[in-house]
Design a binder for this molecule. Structure first.
Ligand SMILES: [Zn+2]
Length: 230
């Protein structure tokens, strides 16, 4: 590759209009009817499909794919090669690790029983929702219809098949609740019951409040069969 070609390929294109100011790398593909908020950066070879809304100050890293009609709030980081299938909802401050894979079809088939290829009308979308501040570890797979709670965290390579409560730490295949984490991400080790809540104290000084029934059920399960809650 000549120096001239290399230079041309690494130019960052800036798109500006009256309301927004954001960056889209020249190799990224942003389809029609996509909204991108102020301060958001879309990097090399990312592909954002039509109808998607992205908020302010997000980072959409190299080779990320975001399918149509997805809703992404502010301050979201989506790392390299993550795949966000359509109609996903990602709330404020969420971290999506590299190679994370969203899914949205509970009964995947390429063809119908008569062996004709399935069209977009031949299957039903199951929406994934990732709530505020949650973090999804690298290479995690999120199954259709799953909701991940506020500030919850999944370990790398998890297969998340069921809903995750707020502040829960999950990992494994299938991912199970392994404990609870603070806003800062550290594991909580000190819990106290206060009225209807269980309050966890982090070494950083912050406290988290858990529904007592969720903490109690988790505590009662033995280490090899930690509970899952729907
Ligand atoms: Zn903390």
């Amino acid at each position: 590759m000549s120096k001239k070609t290399l230079k041309k390929k690494t130019v960052i294109r800036k798109k500006t209009n009256k309301k927004t100011d954001f960056f889209v790398h020249s190799t990224a593909e942003v389809e029609d009817d996509v909204q991108i908020g102020q301060g958001t950066k879309v990097w090399h070879f990312a592909h954002i499909r039509k109808g998607t809304r992205i908020g302010k100050n997000c980072i959409i890293s190299k080779s990320v794919f975001i399918d149509s009609d997805s809703l992404i709030s502010d301050n979201v980081k989506i790392q390299n090669h993550a795949i966000v299938y359509h109609q996903a909802i990602i709330e404020n401050g969420v971290f999506i690790g590299p190679n994370v894979c969203f899914t949205n079809d509970k009964i995947p088939r390429a063809i119908n029983p008569d062996e004709t290829i399935k069209s977009s009308d031949d299957w039903e979308v199951s929406t994934i929702r990732i709530k505020k501040g949650a973090a999804i570890g690298a290479h995690s797979v999120i199954l259709p219809g799953v909701s991940i709670g506020k500030f919850a965290m999944s370990g790398s390579g998890s297969v998340i098949a069921k809903d995750v409560p707020d502040f829960a730490l999950v990992f494994g295949n299938p991912a199970k609740i392994q404990g609870f984490v603070c806003f800062c991400g550290k594991k909580i080790t000190d819990f106290k019951k206060e009225k209807e809540k269980t309050v966890g104290q982090c070494q950083c000084g912050l406290k988290i409040e858990l529904e007592h029934k969720i903490y109690k059920l988790w505590q009662q399960a033995d280490n090899t069969r930690k509970i899952w809650l729907r």
